[in-house]
Ligand binder design. Structure first.
Ligand SMILES: Cc1cc2nc3c(=O)[nH]c(=O)nc-3n(C[C@H](O)[C@H](O)[C@H](O)COP(=O)(O)OP(=O)(O)OC[C@H]3O[C@@H](n4cnc5c(N)ncnc54)[C@H](O)[C@@H]3O)c2cc1C
Length: 440
């Protein structure tokens, strides 16, 4: 992963480069000419990309590759993460090398955080603002994030709160639709998104097995039959089919999507959001638990969760039972949990928690004893009484200012609700940029 200072990168990019075709353009024009078959408007010969240009991009720490987010102006002098500068003459039969200077008038956007919330926000920004350079900064990626260990089931608890019931509902509905769209596109093995059916049982409380959010959103959500309750030995229960998003696949899928469309990824720990002031027009703060320090937001509290990851491919359904006991089948492994320890800052596996989880889960499904324990994991759910999605003009002691759109505090529900809150956050960015443009 390239480690670049943001300022350094900007300086470099204002240099003059030999321009030429970029993969993105070549790809896009191919599509266009296919769409317009028979018409004479687009007929382009595609030159092979030049190794020199590619190397120049690599030297800058940028990764060349196909993307689809460049503008289509006649004399583009844009910079994206996959090519340096390119020039294109419409209706020409050839690409022309030409000296152009980078004069990027596009706003530049930073996203802080490479967990599920940051990556979802970053890719949705690319959808909403094609061609706008988006830079993702984080100190932890993929398997080092909290998102990686989450089971990723879409089953919002009633503690999941936005600023109002209407907003909460919209986030949940938008998220479900987002995942359903991914499901319908196929490739669950690549995206990590699949459907899963299962039970929520209780021997103690009838109301705890009923979830109004799920009743409202899921296509299949019903009380258990008496046969099902007798078979498993519980008094109350519901059966449902929902969506599970496994971040071990979903994060690489989003990262690839982001990079392939020109997104730049930087490994960097921020001590303060002030470090972005002056370099970016707007920053999306998707730092999860990190927001506690980055924004001094003491309402962000860890809810410690410990789980087993177990190989037991014969288990196909999920089970939620009393005392925070759950068994959730992912693609290759089950997640067995759990604990929900409020304001607990231990990130070590606790053997007492492990013993209790194992005992409770094997009581539900005795066959788990034959499963292979692959690993144990501890994560902190970044809880906040209300998830924070809002815009703020931050002013720092140096008097610098930065426009920030916050998107953090998803607690135990960040995988399933990342799309809904991120759609909201992206709208705040788009509205801000539009209002700024209107003032100019
Ligand atoms: C045991 C357990 C089970 C769970 N199960 C589920 C589930 O079934 N379904 C569900 O929806 N959710 C579940 N969750 C919750 C889910 O994991 C979180 O809500 C989600 O991962 C939060 O995502 P995030 O992107 O906000 O945070 P993270 O994944 O923690 O990512 C934060 C990012 O911000 C970066 N960052 C932070 N501070 C800085 C800084 N100063 N400088 C640079 N970068 C910074 C980090 O490096 C990281 O890249 C579970 C959580 C746990 C612990």
């Amino acid at each position: 992963m390239p480690k670049l200072g943001i300022r350094g990168q900007k300086l470099e990019l204002t240099s003059v480069y030999k321009a030429g075709p970029c993969y993105c353009y070549r790809r896009r024009l191919r599509q266009t000419s296919k769409q317009q078959e028979g018409s004479q408007s687009t007929n382009v010969e595609f030159a092979k990309p030049r190794a020199g240009r590619r190397n120049a991009a690599v030297a800058l720490g940028l990764e060349p590759g196909p993307h689809g987010s460049c503008g289509e102006s006649d004399v583009p002098a844009l910079v994206c993460g996959c090519c340096v500068v390119w020039c294109h003459r419409r209706n020409s039969r050839n690409w022309h090398d030409q000296q152009v200077t980078h004069k990027n008038t596009m706003p530049s956007i930073a996203v802080v955080g490479a967990g599920v919330v940051g990556l979802t926000t970053a890719t949705l920004l690319q959808d909403a603002l094609p061609g706008t350079p988006v830079t993702l900064l984080a100190d932890k990626f993929l398997q080092d994030t909290t998102s990686d260990g989450a089971a990723g089931i879409y089953r919002p608890g009633l503690q999941f709160q936005g600023p109002s019931p209407e907003v909460t509902r919209r986030w949940l509905e938008d998220s479900y639709k987002y995942f359903k769209d991914i499901l319908h596109s196929g490739e669950p093995e690549v995206t990590g998104v699949k459907t899963v059916s299962g039970f929520h049982f209780s021997s103690q409380y009838s109301n705890i097995v009923f979830n109004p959010f799920l009743k409202m959103i899921l296509e299949e959500y019903r009380p258990c039959t008496q046969d099902e309750l007798d078979f498993y030995g519980y008094k109350y229960g519901t059966f449902m089919t929902t969506i599970l998003t496994e971040c071990r696949r979903f994060l690489p899928y989003l990262t690839e999507k982001f990079k392939s469309r020109g997104g730049v990824v930087l490994e960097r720990r921020l001590q303060s959001l002030e470090e972005l002031a002056g370099d970016f027009d707007v920053a999306c703060n998707c730092s999860g638990f990190g927001a506690r320090d980055l924004c001094g937001d003491l309402s962000v509290t860890p809810i410690r969760g410990q789980v087993f990851k177990v190989r037991a491919p014969w288990v196909k359904h999920f089970y939620y039972v009393d005392y925070d006991t759950y068994i959730l089948p992912g693609f290759d492994l089950l997640t067995l949990g759990g604990t929900r320890q409020f304001d607990s800052y231990s990130s070590e596996v606790c053997r007492h928690d492990a013993a209790a989880i194992w005992e409770r889960c094997t009581q539900v499904l005795p066959s788990l004893r034959n499963g292979e324990v692959v690993r144990q994991w501890v994560g902190w759910r970044p809880y906040r009484p209300s998830v924070r999605v809002e815009r703020e003009t931050m002013t720092f002691p140096s008097k610098k200012t930065l426009e920030v759109v916050h998107n953090y505090g998803h607690g135990g529900y960040g995988v399933m609700t990342a799309p809904g809150t991120s759609i909201n956050a992206v709208k705040l960015v788009v509205d801000y940029l539009a209002s700024r443009k209107a003032k100019l």
